[in-house]
Design a protein around this ligand. Structure first.
Ligand code: NDP
Length: 286
């Protein structure tokens, strides 16, 4: 293997240590960061993500609570709960775990959250601020990826960044953040013809597809930086990314593993956004 492995777990640990100290200082000023997570229904994966967020918050000194609502909850009932939390001064961050049951209009829910408390960074106001390069809550996974790249001193300006995937939560925003960093950005997706003609030219390749082994050594350029966002559970229960790690690591300069790559950074950036919300630095761009 020639690539340096980007250790998301270690970086997340370091950042969480810094955040723990910051939270403690905030408490000295009588600011007690608090995150409220709403989960609708009983999807086991969602429950496990939510519990992970609660545990990470507690380790950093951020208090949190989980509001569990049955899958039969009406959209109006959920909206009512969000409005209540919007006006609760003790709640700094509100996160509604996605996906929601099909009878609830996801976008309507996202837009109901006060942008000042939108620690997921999904509200159109916050997305607009991100697009225009203004300070705001950044979506956690893209924010984590950019933080990783910065921490490893990887140059972005002038580089060709290729993003595979165009979801609202990963692909589109990570491309926008790379553009904000002066990379030249290409988006690819399931309808892209000749995917390899783009990936083979990428200095930085972000893979957010959700299919194991879509990217292998033959798809990448010598010395490329490979960020594997995918999380796929194989039949034997093991987790794997979208990239064939072994073969890609022979050619890449840097590569993220799965697990212990992007995943731990995502929750870390949620904590960062919650602290930012508690400090009141979101909407007004402080
Ligand atoms: P989506 O399913 O919303 O998006 C997947 C994207 O991949 C789509 O844009 C799709 O194209 C594209 N795509 C699918 N097949 C191909 C293909 N063969 N070639 C090129 N592009 C393709 O997924 P998400 O963005 O939500 O998540 C992506 C992955 O990242 C998942 O594995 C998810 O679990 C993981 N994830 C990990 C996180 C972490 O913290 N590590 C956080 C969030 C997600 P099209 O738009 O045309 O359909």
């Amino acid at each position: 293997m020639t690539a340096d492995v980007i250790d998301g777990k270690a970086l997340a640990h370091k950042l969480r240590g810094e955040m723990t100290r910051e939270v403690s200082q905030l408490k000295d000023q009588a600011i007690f960061p608090h995150l409220t997570v709403i989960i609708v229904g009983d999807d086991p994966a969602s429950k496990s993500y939510v519990n992970g967020k609660k545990k990470a918050s507690a380790e950093t000194g951020i208090s949190s609570d989980i509001i569990e609502m049955p899958s039969s909850t009406s959209e109006d009932k959920l909206l009512e709960k969000i409005y209540e939390l919007n006006s609760d001064k003790t709640v700094h961050g509100i996160l509604v775990q996605l996906p929601l049951p099909v009878h609830i209009h996801e976008q309507r829910i996202i837009e109901a959250i006060n942008p000042d408390k939108d620690v997921d960074g999904f509200h159109p106001i916050n997305i607009g601020k991100m697009m225009t390069g203004n300070d705001t809550f950044l979506p956690c996974t893209p924010y984590g990826i950019i933080t990783m790249l910065h921490s490893y001193g990887i140059q972005l300006e002038g580089k060709h960044a290729v993003v595979i995937g165009r979801s609202n939560i990963v692909g589109k925003p990570v491309g926008q953040l790379l553009l904000n960093e002066h990379a030249t950005v290409t988006y690819c997706h399931s309808k892209t013809s000749y995917l390899t003609s783009f990936t083979a030219d990428a200095d930085i390749l972000i893979v957010a597809v959700g299919k194991p082994n879509v990217i292998r050594s033959e798809h990448i350029k010598q010395g490329a930086v490979i960020i594997d966002v995918g999380i796929n559970r194989l039949n034997d229960g093991t987790l794997t990314g979208d990239v064939d790690f072994e073969s890609a690591a022979e050619k890449a300069s840097y590569i993220t593993p799965v697990p212990k790559g992007v995943g731990p950074m995502t929750i870390t950036m949620l904590l960062s956004n919650t602290i930012k919300a508690a400090k009141g630095l979101s909407y007004l761009g402080g």
